[in-house]
Structure formats: structure tokens, C-alpha cells
Design a binder for this molecule. Sequence first.
Ligand code: NAD
Ligand code: TYD
Length: 368
Amino acid sequence: MPNLLITGGAGFIGANFVRYWNEKYPNDSLVILDALTYSGNMANLSGLTDFSFFRGDIRDTSLVERLLHDHEVDTIVHFAAESHVDRSINGPDAFIETNLSGTHSLLKAAKSVWLDKGSGKPHRFHHISTDEVYGSLGPNDPPFSETTAYAPNSPYSASKAGSDHIVRAYHHTFGLQTTTTNCSNNYGPYQFPEKLIPLFIINCLTGKDLPIYGDGMNVRDWLHVEDHCRGIDLVLEKGRIGETYNVGGGAELPNVAVIDAICAGVDAAFEHDSQLGRRFPDAPAARGKKSEFLKTHIADRLGHDRRYAIDERKIREELGYEPVRTFEQGFQETLGWYLANEDWWRATMDGSYLKWMASNYSERARRT
Ligand code: NAD
Ligand code: TYD
């Protein structure tokens, strides 16, 4: 029976992973370590009881060693990170500290407990990373494979690239049993509303502008978070030690197409449910208008990567991975979740969130 330590388990993907694992493997023991930064939220774990939660920092090596030892942890699934590209442009330091030093601190603790004072038991350090480490593709370039050279462009992706290299080095040099997944853009329930899909759904509902960076033709490969969790599960079960696997959603779309789907989805939801107009009176759809009139092109993100795309042949052919949702299905479910969980997203939009949003978007308005 595995004992898992899940870092960042109160964040978007980590919490979805806890839910996924709890349902699929109810007898496993789950320990969550999360610093509860602005994007970490205990409400993401609401309704679950079967886990131990520790509020703490992955950079606290002795705390991590204690958790690994006391809970006889044999598997670390490492999600904790600073995760938003725009914040990394405004303040890169936290990204280097958490993503790079924090990952190294975790590796040191794992090496100490599992190898130096080790019990000889098999163990696994699974590192969650991003396709952004590979840089930006041109329109006709082949998608990123696991052998694509790293070329990170933002402080966020550079800090993740660095963390991937440290994980690799701890495997190669010390024999730590590691695996890494590099996934594409996730979406789904409990995603903090600073990222494109939840932010734009909420702005449609509250009648705020939809701030499109640049020409909106940047391409991302959208992956439903539960498909991502299934990919991680397969790598934990059957992945080869020391290997990396790319996980994609098979849904390469320009931002404008995603934004059109959000606008059309919200408009259709209001047509089908007359309650929505009363609940969200500021939405254009409440007055029979189209959400697309909220679209506003603003100054581009600095260094904005043009296109990401995933070649997922390795995880498919070796491990049998396949995303089960199309973007259309996954998006409808996600929209339904945000419509049904207004209390959750309103509670995330506190003073510090509003301050961040104002500074991020007013700075762009000045550059437009
Ligand atoms: P998130 O920002 O929603 O959650 C991050 C979590 O980490 C939060 O709960 C936060 O409190 C916690 N955390 C931050 N610093 C910490 C620290 N020093 N110690 C302990 N906990 C800390 O992020 P997410 O979207 O869930 O991303 C999870 C992982 O997946 C990250 O490693 C990210 O780089 C990677 N990833 C995300 C996406 C995406 O689309 N969201 C895509 C590719 C890769
Ligand atoms: P985001 O969700 O921040 O993910 P990432 O930068 O990791 O890909 O952004 C997805 C895309 O949407 C990206 O090309 C930037 C764009 N975007 C906007 O146009 N406006 C916004 O307000 C945000 C948050 C993102």
C-alpha cells in the first residue's frame, strides 16, 4: 500500500490529483504538504477527509525529512510551485526560490531519507513539469518531444527547466528513483482565476473585459486536469525510472478559438437557464447580448511564447495513455463547474488578488 507525499496538494492540479487518487486508491495514505500561498486553498480539498495536511514550505528540508520518515512515505508527487507566467515577469525571485531551490530541497530530503539512511525499499520521486521548458514553436515546427532541446523563455519556464535538470542529476548521480512529466496547459475545476479559462469565464459572468494579449493567435495544447492525473498515474505505475514523459490533451487551439468557445458557452448557458440572468445581472448574456463584445486586445505579454504542442507518442506507446475528453467536452464540464461553484471563485478574489489583477492589467493598458 503506497504512502504518498503530495506537495502543492491544495493547488489546482495537486487538489485534483488528491481527489483522483483518493477515489481510485482509497486505501493509500496521502500526506499533503502545502504552504498555502495565494493559489493554495483548503477549499480545493473540501469534502475529502482521508488525508493528513501539513502547512509548510518545500524549502524546509528538515520538515520534509520528518514527514517522509514519520509517514513512511515511499512516493513523492511534486506539484508545489509558483505557476503563473505573468507573475514571473513581474517578480521572478519567488520562482527561483520555490521552483528551483524548493525542488532541490525536496530532493535533498528524499536522498537523505531514502538513500543515505535508506531502508532499501523502492521509492519514487515524481516531478511535475511543463511543456514550456521547450520554448516556443513556429507554426510548422514539429511538436515538442522528450528529446526536444530545452529553450525556456520566461522566468517561470526557466525555473521549471532548472528544476527538471536537478531532478535528472539526482537520478544520474545518486540513483534516486525519479520520473518527470512535462504537461501542456491544464484546465478544469479549482483552477485559480488568474489563468485564461477561469478568468475569462468569470469575466463573462461579471461583465468585465476579456483582455486578449496581442493578436490572440498564440497556440496552446489544452489538457483536462483529470486526463493529466491519469497520465501521472500511468507514469507512477509503469514509467521507466529516470525517464521523462510528455502529457498533452490533443487539443491545439489558438487563444481566440478558446475565447470564442468561452463566450459561446456562456451565452448558451444563459439561454438554457433563466436563473443565470438573475444570478449574474452584469453579464452581457443576462441582457440578451453576446459575451464576445467584452473582447479587448491589449498589450502583449513580454516574451510571449507563440505556440506549444505536444508529441505524446512516448507516453501513448509505452504506457497506453490517451486523453479521454475532447476540449469541447472538458470545457462544457468546466464551465458547468464554475457556474455551480460561484462561492468558491468569489472567495478566491480577495484584496491581494484584486491588487495583482489591477497591476497586471493596468500595466498592459499603459503599453497598448
Ligand atoms: P497552483 O499555483 O494552482 O498551485 C501551486 C500550489 O503550490 C499551491 O497550493 C501553493 O500553495 C503551493 N506552493 C507554492 N509554493 C510552495 C512552497 N514553497 N512550499 C509548499 N507549497 C507551495 O499551480 P498548478 O496549476 O496546480 O500547478 C501545479 C504544478 O503543475 C506546477 O509545478 C506547475 O509548474 C505545473 N504545471 C501546471 C500547468 C497548468 O496549466 N496549470 C501546466 C504545466 C505544468
Ligand atoms: P495562461 O492561462 O496564463 O497560461 P500559459 O501562459 O502558461 O500558457 O495563458 C494562456 C494563454 O492565454 C497565453 O497565450 C496567454 C493568454 N492570456 C491572455 O490573452 N489574456 C489573459 O488575461 C491571460 C491570463 C492569458
